[in-house]
Design a protein around this ligand. Structure first.
Ligand code: ZN
Ligand code: ZN
Ligand code: ZN
Length: 461
């Protein structure tokens, strides 16, 4: 058996894959697993260690991704002498979420890291049959469509799961901030005490009664129909409240956010991004939104509001997280992350956000529980899926032509789609163009012949 030295990309993909599926293993064990999985590869343990450390996959490594702000928009390059430099990347990147407990959703899939450009995805662990439910998932945060948002604010849909209230049920519960003694009573109601309890993860800081400083921000998002801004507000509220619970809640929530595919607003702007989740306003609006965002969650201009916010956020936020949430560049990056990852109905789903695009997807996402849990998604196999096969959804209108699909996908800055359907259709298109070109050339040659004959007939040639 001949030995080969794998390229940096091949090795990185294999190591991240192994580490994701064996999170408890240290460097030596992962290295041993690597040599078993790829018996022809020649790799030193030192090289394995370096790559695992570079990707923040081992303890005592270079700082983990969550505490290195630059890493979000730049790629770290370690030179032979050990010095580091950063190069900007242009594709949406996504990193593997450490210690993600997949089993709470399904045993049928696992996370696979493909390569730097493609990032992570989901592959089948076993054969999945057409029509089978692969998993159900509740959102990490929800920024529902505006009609539903308005229903929530008219006390006509649940403030947590977004299910519209069909009848006056005795289970419907009001937000504690709804009392009329408050200056700005909260209109939000919940299906049940369970939805109320679960809403405590993010509603508290978005409640007009408990945190009045958030009102101008939410109003601005609603007026401009800026779904990514609303989603980022929900997400930020969740992170800040997680910090009040304990470090492990904060760290696991923050890992989720950092694991989302991301691309900064400026990068998307350069790639002529057009909003897929409502309008994406211009730079002036970004700055205004940022000001309102900081006022809502960190520095309310009004002392009375500041006092209320301080009471909700007793435990101070780590400095690195503070800048990761509130500085302008991070804020724009956060908006980009929301836009890229929101499901069509405005929810952000941890496992669902791992799904990559294909123009002939093999899974579909449905909201089946419209009467009880509207925000819950059910992921269903559209066709038989073989073990090892990647699960995909479509980010574009799949009935469009190959050209229109490619243009639509490029506006997300994902680059050219290379799914099997696009490869096939682009090949056919090229062949057709070539055939058309040949037909045209043949017609041109016939005309040349005719011209020559005519000229000869007239005695000109
Ligand atoms: Zn509910
Ligand atoms: Zn409330
Ligand atoms: Zn395609």
């Amino acid at each position: 058996m001949g030995s080969v030295i794998p390229s940096e990309d091949e090795l990185t993909a294999a190591l991240i894959d192994l580490k994701t599926n064996n999170p408890q293993c240290g460097i030596a064990k992962i290295h041993a697993l690597l040599l078993i999985s790829f018996p022809t590869w020649l790799v030193s343990e030192k090289r394995t260690r370096k790559i695992l450390q570079l990707h923040g996959l081992v303890l005592n490594a270079s700082p983990p991704s969550s505490s290195t702000p630059q890493e979000q928009s730049e790629e770290v390059v370690i030179a032979a002498d050990g010095s580091t430099s950063f190069i900007p990347y242009q594709y949406p990147s996504s990193r593997v979420i450490k210690n993600l407990d997949l089993q709470k959703w399904t045993l049928k899939v696992r996370v696979k890291y493909f390569d730097k450009k493609k990032g992570k995805g989901l592959v089948a662990m076993e054969k999945i049959s057409k029509g089978e439910v692969i998993w159900k998932e509740d959102p990490f945060i929800l920024a529902p469509e505006w009609e539903i948002y308005d229903l929530q604010h008219q006390s006509a849909a649940c403030g947590f799961c977004s299910t519209p209230f069909a009848t006056a049920s005795p289970l419907i519960t009001s937000c504690p901030g709804s009392s009329s003694s408050s200056a700005a009573p909260c209109p939000i109601k919940f299906c049940s005490r369970l939805c109320l309890a679960r809403s405590k993860k993010h509603h508290t800081l978005l409640c007009p009664s408990q945190n009045p400083a958030c009102v101008p921000l939410l109003k601005f998002a609603r007026d401009t129909q800026w779904m990514a801004l609303h989603a980022l507000s929900q997400c930020t509220s969740r992170i800040l409240l997680a910090n009040q619970i304990d470090d492990s809640t904060l760290n696991s929530d923050w890992q989720v956010v950092k694991g989302l595919a991301e691309l900064g607003m400026e990068e998307r702007f350069q790639q002529s991004y057009e909003g897929h989740h409502g309008a994406e306003p211009d730079r002036v609006a970004w700055q205004k939104a940022h000001t309102l965002f900081v006022q809502a969650f960190s520095e309310p201009p009004n002392p009375a509001d500041q006092k209320k916010l301080t009471k909700l956020l007793k435990k101070p936020l780590r400095e690195d997280l503070k800048s990761d949430l509130f500085n302008y560049k991070s804020f724009l990056r956060g908006l980009g992350r929301m836009s890229l990852n929101l499901e069509a109905h405005g929810g952000l789903y941890v496992l669902h956000s791992h799904l990559n695009h294909s123009c002939s997807p093999n899974v579909s996402v449905r909201h089946l529980e419209q009467k009880t849990m509207l925000a819950r998604i059910t992921v269903i196999a559209k066709q038989d899926i073989q073990p090892g096969e990647e699960l995909t959804v479509t980010y574009v209108n799949p009935s469009g032509s190959v050209t229109s699909r490619q243009i639509e996908l490029e506006s997300w800055a994902f680059g050219k789609c290379k799914c099997p359907r696009c490869v096939q259709e682009l090949k056919e298109l090229a062949e057709k163009r070539k055939a058309d070109g040949e037909a045209e050339a043949a017609a041109g040659a016939a005309l040349d012949d005719l011209e020559r004959e005519l000229k000869a007939g007239l005695g000109l040639a």
